[in-house]
Design a protein around this ligand. Structure first.
Ligand SMILES: [Zn+2]
Length: 158
């Protein structure tokens, strides 16, 4: 028998401890929540991705009455970035969300499994780690690679 142990390294920062670049990405993710279309869940998620030229692309959750037809903020941002700037690597993604009370969530918002798989393929596509920032008013979780969110992903097969 063989055992595989996977350790995840998560840095937890107060908002005041973020670098200038991290703070800029967070502000864009927060702003994107206000442009979401979430009439069913009333849970507004924003995502901001930084590209290798320093520019930022944002996305947010887009819901639909036929529920599976909607899309998460993370994938909206990543697919737009990859469709508009296919030659620019995605270096980082920041996620923020506002709940039913309209306030940003206290706990850092975590991507769903589908978005984790897409993030993993973005890393594979560009051959570099994708830094992931998850915002909550209690703090910001920072992971240096999307692989930490999905240690046994599907990318080995593509
Ligand atoms: Zn998702």
């Amino acid at each position: 028998m063989k055992e595989i142990v996977n350790e995840v390294h998560i840095v937890c920062k107060d908002e005041s401890e973020l670098s200038e670049s991290e703070h800029e990405l967070l502000k864009e993710a927060q702003a994107a929540t206000w442009r979401s279309y979430a009439p069913y869940s009333n849970f507004s998620v924003g995502a901001a991705v930084r590209l290798s030229d320093g520019s930022i692309v944002t996305g947010n959750n887009q819901e639909n009455c036929a529920f599976p037809s909607g899309l998460c903020a993370e994938r909206t941002a990543l697919f737009y970035a990859n469709s508009r700037y296919p030659d620019l690597a995605v270096e980082a993604i920041c996620i923020a969300a506002r709940g039913l009370d309209g306030e940003f969530t206290r706990v850092p918002i975590s991507p769903c499994g589908g978005c984790r798989q897409v993030m993993l393929e973005v890393e594979h596509r560009f051959g570099r780690p994708l830094k992931v920032m998850m915002y909550g008013t209690d703090g910001v979780y920072i992971l240096q690679s999307a692989r930490d969110l999905l240690p046994v992903g599907f990318e080995e097969l593509v």
